[in-house]
Design a protein around this ligand. Structure first.
Ligand code: GLN
Length: 289
């Protein structure tokens, strides 16, 4: 990829081969998505432009992107964006990349809540703001507060709020959940949702290189057994939820029974576990008695 003419198809072929050699899965798709981002077109549009030559700026940007991806930097951080629940979100290294499994959490909430009521929602560990913003978009009458310990994450979430034109319904605050006071904003909630850092410290090193080397560690692990946030949220939500209010979690692998049992012990009824498309227990929810 030096100074000679380089056309779309050739660029894709060379970079796919390179990424494959480096051990990147779905190398061709990665190569296409990165080039499509640079050219400002869709992946499919590339197929109609195989003969289009890349100019010097495009070439050098593509070289940079491919080099970064070859070092296992997640594609979403390189292009700086991801789609979640049909909405566009900016992402950078300060926030966890929203996962498709988490869309199920949003979907279930929107199916279960009563859409005729006005709902006060709290999202704990809001990260990029994906859950808060998707819920605010989907539930007509609601106010959402997202809290996150990371100032940088809250800054990203605020940008996403503006980008998705939902500032009147969603507010993000820098807040450590473990030191939060019960009446911290003088109100109770109808629904608390969280996709907390749930990987146990001892499992952290077994995760993919993309995660370990690039995603914020505090968004992934609780530096303990993976249960810290669940137990703290279950306990504190008793004082933060209205009666009949919902608590919704995304569950850690293998932790669903423990979470459900702990919720039942702590005053929650109608506790349910929902599996994702891979048949993994993924969503747990219940209602405060
Ligand atoms: N709420 C964000 C998400 O679900 C961030 C979660 C986190 O940082 N643990 O994707």
């Amino acid at each position: 990829m030096n100074n000679k003419t380089l056309k779309v198809l050739e660029a894709l072929q060379l970079s796919t081969e390179f990424l494959e050699k480096k051990g990147i899965e779905s190398a061709r798709t990665n190569a296409e998505l990165l080039l499509a981002d640079i050219l400002g077109c869709s992946r499919l549009d590339l197929y109609l432009a195989f003969e289009r030559p890349l100019n010097e700026i495009e070439k050098s940007k593509y070289r940079e992107f491919i080099a970064r991806r070859s070092k296992f930097e997640p594609l979403q951080y390189i292009i700086g964006k991801v789609e979640f629940y049909g909405y566009n979100f900016l992402v950078d290294k300060n926030v966890l990349i929203p996962r498709p499994e988490t869309e199920l959490l949003v979907e279930k909430i929107t199916q279960i809540v009563d859409k005729n009521d006005h709902l006060n929602i709290l999202d704990i560990g809001s990260g990029s703001g994906n859950i808060s913003i998707a819920l605010a978009k989907q539930i007509e009458q609601c106010s959402v507060i997202g809290i996150d310990i990371s100032e940088e994450a809250v800054a990203v979430a605020n940008k996403n709020c503006v980008q998705n034109e939902i500032v009147d319904k969603v507010k993000f605050l820098v807040q450590d959940f473990f030191t939060i006071e019960n009446g911290f904003i003088n109100q109770k909630f109808d629904l608390i949702v969280s996709n907390p850092p749930y990987v146990a410290e001892k499992e952290y090193t077994t995760l993919q290189e993309e995660i370990i080397n690039y995603e914020p560690k505090i968004a992934v692990t609780d530096f303990s057994d993976g249960f810290n946030f669940y137990s703290a949220i279950i306990k504190k939500s008793n004082g933060m939820l209205n009666r009949g209010g919902y608590l919704f979690f995304e569950a850690a692998l293998g932790q669903s029974e423990k979470i459900a049992a702990s919720m039942k012990e702590s005053n929650f009824i109608n506790v349910n576990v929902i599996q994702d498309y891979a048949k993994i227990d993924r969503i747990i929810y219940g209602q405060l008695k």
